[in-house]
Design a protein around this ligand. Structure first.
Ligand SMILES: Nc1ncnc2c1ncn2[C@@H]1O[C@H](COP(=O)(O)OP(=O)(O)OP(=O)(O)O)[C@@H](O)[C@H]1O
Ligand SMILES: [Mg+2]
Length: 221
């Protein structure tokens, strides 16, 4: 992947298995968001991107969404002056309203807040709203870019509890995170990116207990 003359991601190769959480971790500028952008069709990339046996590289974003890959945007893109329910209704895009009920079932906190302006929700609640809205499209692969960004530790814990619930429900996720500890605890399989390359891979558990990973990404000395 390149931005003009600058190559940002260099020949990476990885996969995400159905029903699992796959995590991409790594420092600022490692190429994590760029990788998601390539999968979503937002930035061109060379090489192959295969989803359920189909080559999706080079397809426009709306076709990739239709194929079943939905990304929760970094920064959430919640419409603050609309209510929680209105934000969810926008995510339906013509699908029947029963999805809204299942969103409230998954995220009871959103049910409690359904009539409030979304802008008045806490950061963690807004993140859950963004995830709930993405799930209304019934994705077969959910892409998440830094769901913990800018949240207080307690709120981060709550967001990751919600992701663990989704994992139990069988939602397939590709998760990009700088919070390596949380990501590795949740992940079935994880990949460490550095300077546009994948430098290490293993189960979340194996990487959690890897000394090099602990020193570089978990702040363990
Ligand atoms: N729109 C862009 N134009 C030019 N260069 C870009 C653009 N977006 C990203 N880059 C560069 O590509 C590289 C990878 O960036 P990317 O945002 O994918 O990293 P990241 O791993 O998501 O980092 P972070 O953890 O800070 O979000 C960086 O060197 C970055 O400066
Ligand atoms: Mg990023």
């Amino acid at each position: 992947m390149r931005y003009g003359a600058v190559e940002a991601v260099h020949g990476i190769s990885f996969g995400a298995e159905p029903g699992q959480v796959t995590a991409l971790i790594g420092a600022n500028g490692a190429g994590k968001s760029s990788t998601l952008a390539a999968i979503s069709g937002l930035v061109p990339a060379s090489g192959r991107i295969r989803f359920e046996g189909r080559d999706i590289a080079g397809k426009p974003p709306h076709e990739i969404v239709r194929a079943g890959i939905v990304q929760v945007p970094e920064g959430r893109e919640i419409l603050g002056r609309m209510t929680v329910e209105e934000n969810l209704l926008l995510g339906l895009r013509g699908r029947d309203r029963s999805g809204i009920a299942s969103a409230y079932e998954r995220f009871p906190i959103l049910d409690e807040r359904r009539a409030l302006l979304a802008g008045t929700l806490s950061g963690g609640e807004q993140q859950m709203l963004a995830i709930a809205r993405a799930l209304l499209a019934e994705p077969r692969l959910l892409l998440l870019d830094e769901p913990s960004l800018g949240l207080a530790p307690l709120v981060v814990a709550r967001v990751f509890e919600a992701l663990a619930d989704l994992r139990r429900q069988g939602v397939t996720m590709l998760l990009v995170e700088q919070n390596a500890l949380r990501a590795l605890r949740l992940a079935d399989q994880a990949y460490v990116m550095d300077l546009g390359r994948i430098v290490m891979t293993g189960t979340g558990d194996a990487l959690l207990h890897d000394e090099g990973v602990a020193r570089t990404y978990l702040g363990v000395t």
